[in-house]
Design a protein around this ligand. Structure first.
Ligand code: SF4
Ligand code: SF4
Ligand code: FES
Length: 520
């Protein structure tokens, strides 16, 4: 439990966490101090003056809350007339040259300037001279589109490129109402986290070329999930919407704060990986390339399993712990060999020392925890012997060329359970569509041994079947998450004390030490 202190806000006593500035300390108990340039990941810059508050201890009448640490007994004034006046004055200053084009601005609905104007401003413009014109729709690179007229020159984007990516592509040139954010000539944004400036920008000055004009944000439903782009497991919100009779579509992934996994940010590749949840999806079952109903495909799969003696199960390192347990128990029940071979998911040298990992799968740690052999040798030996391969959504073309794979599978019948129309499954004798990760929930373990749970984020018009459910239809011994977790706890010492229904939102660090497993 973090140390707490007591202070007074507008005369009322509040208990807050010690060691924080006033914006964060008081904000955590639901009292807002408006701010534009401050961001907890970037620290206080003190340039916007939107956060001025009064402290009743003899200091100057106004101090920036972003640069003032909360201390025991402090008396903070937020509602005095002179503070309300300065808030209105700062907003008036910010809006002098602002185009107020909210109706066509992507940030409308999640814009600090818009929100603060409605809460703290609401003054008619007194300007009777022409506004300063600046450039619009500037391509800053990496899919970031900049509007200089909307910019409040808070410097968050500039500080992000200096402090977080350390690439320094952005700068502020000129002064006063000519100040603008720009790139150096011929040197656009060039880092793998650039789209975070779109989230950081408190106004609509940084927009994403990918998201611009696709949806009004107030139509989007937001659900928590975990990026499956690599073994970091960044926490995300899945922003999605179902328009009239069409299917539920995802419009963007955005990072969600998790201090022990990804902080405030995510990489651009992971952010844009939402396209994969909408596109190229396998939507029908096929037997020898001919469509058939899902029920008939299950019957055909049961027949295949019954008539073959040497069966090999191949699972994906993206499977949840629950799916891995379901597949492993089913393999044990029918005496099939099990492999987690997935070397193709590792891109050696692609990771960095920030978030991105070489391992492009979400739960390789789960394979290891369940003792599932992932070696190439064991897989190829078992495949040579097998007369039937059940491939649970593992894209073997990440490890082999098409010719190599054809050769490897020439004497083996293949049942593919796939969420996508990937070339790997084109040759499968029997193909069954299954759900992708935004369409189910489950538990995964990231590269730092942090166990995280994610829930189903979207519901499709025609719901694809989740792998655990499909295994149960094929004769697997377990039929729900409770049974699977009982089995996981029995089989994995590290999970024995985990309450699967109460995995903290920030995840649970799995170590041999019991003390580490007690949520704070
Ligand atoms: S573009 Fe946005 S984040 Fe960057 S300085 Fe302007 S308002 Fe701030
Ligand atoms: S670092 Fe990995 S988990 Fe995080 S957003 Fe990128 S791909 Fe996804
Ligand atoms: S947030 Fe404090 S000066 Fe900008």
């Amino acid at each position: 439990m973090a140390e707490t202190i007591k202070l007074f806000v507008n005369g009322c006593e509040v208990e807050v966490e010690a060691g924080k500035n006033l914006i964060d300390a008081i904000g955590a108990v639901g009292i807002e101090i408006p701010h534009l340039c401050y961001h907890p990941a970037l620290g206080a810059d003190g340039n916007c003056r939107m956060c001025l508050v009064g402290i009743e201890d003899g200091r100057p009448p106004l101090v920036p809350a972003c640069k003032t640490q909360a201390v025991e007994g402090m008396k903070v004034l937020l509602d005095a007339e002179h503070i309300k006046k300065i808030q209105k004055d700062v907003l008036e200053l910010e809006l002098i040259n602002h185009p107020t084009d909210c109706p066509i601005c992507d940030q409308a609905g999640e814009c600090s300037l818009q929100d603060y104007y409605m809460t703290y401003g609401r003054e008619e413009s007194r300007m009777n001279v022409d506004q300063v014109k600046k450039a619009k729709k500037l391509d800053f690179g990496c899919g970031v589109v900049h509007d200089q007229e909307r910019c409040v020159v808070c410097g968050r984007c500039v500080r992000f490129c200096r402090q977080i990516t350390k690439t320094g592509e952005l700068g502020i040139v000129n002064r006063t109402d000519s100040a603008r954010v720009t790139i150096f000539p011929g040197r656009p944004l060039d880092n793998r986290y650039a789209l975070n400036v779109v989230d950081l920008c408190p106004v609509g000055a940084m927009t994403s070329a990918d998201f611009r004009f696709k949806q009004r944000v107030w139509f989007l439903k937001k659900n928590r999930s975990i990026c499956h782009g690599c073994s970091r497991g960044c926490n995300i919100t899945v922003d999605h919407n179902r328009e009239k009779d069409s299917d539920d579509m995802i419009y963007r992934f955005r990072p969600l704060l998790n201090e022990q996994v990804n902080g405030y940010f995510m990489c651009d590749e992971g952010r844009l990986s939402y396209h994969g949840e909408n596109e190229n999806r396998l939507s029908e079952a096929r037997l020898s390339k001919t469509p058939l109903s899902f029920d008939d495909a299950v019957t055909a799969a049961l027949r295949e399993i019954e008539k073959h003696d040497d069966i090999l199960f191949l699972l994906s390192p993206n499977s949840t712990l629950e799916q891995m347990m379901a597949i492993r128990s089913f393999a044990e029940k029918i005496d099939a060999t099990l492999s987690g071979f997935s070397d193709g998911y590792i891109k050696k040298g692609d990771g960095d020392d920030y978030l991105i990992q070489d391992d492009k799968s979400a739960n390789r740690a789960g394979l290891e925890l369940l003792g599932i052999d992932s070696s190439k040798e064991a897989f190829e030996t078992a495949l040579k012997k097998a007369d039937l391969l059940l491939n649970f959504n593992n894209d073997l073309l990440l490890a082999y060329s098409e010719t190599e794979l054809k050769k490897l599978l020439k004497d083996t019948r293949v049942i593919g359970l796939s969420s996508h129309e990937t070339a790997c499954f084109q040759q499968a004798n029997l193909l069954l569509p299954v759900a992708s990760f935004t369409e189910y929930g489950g538990s995964i373990i990231n590269c730092d041994s942090i166990l995280q749970f994610f829930a189903k984020a979207v519901s499709k018009n025609s719901e694809p079947v989740e792998i655990c459910e499909l295994i149960s239809l094929l004769g697997g011994p377990f039929h729900d998450r409770t049974q699977l977790w009982e089995e996981l706890k029995k089989n994995c010492e590290l999970l024995s004390n985990v309450d699967p229904d109460n995995i903290p939102p920030a995840g649970l660090k799995l170590t041999d030490s019991e003390a580490d497993n007690v949520p704070a």
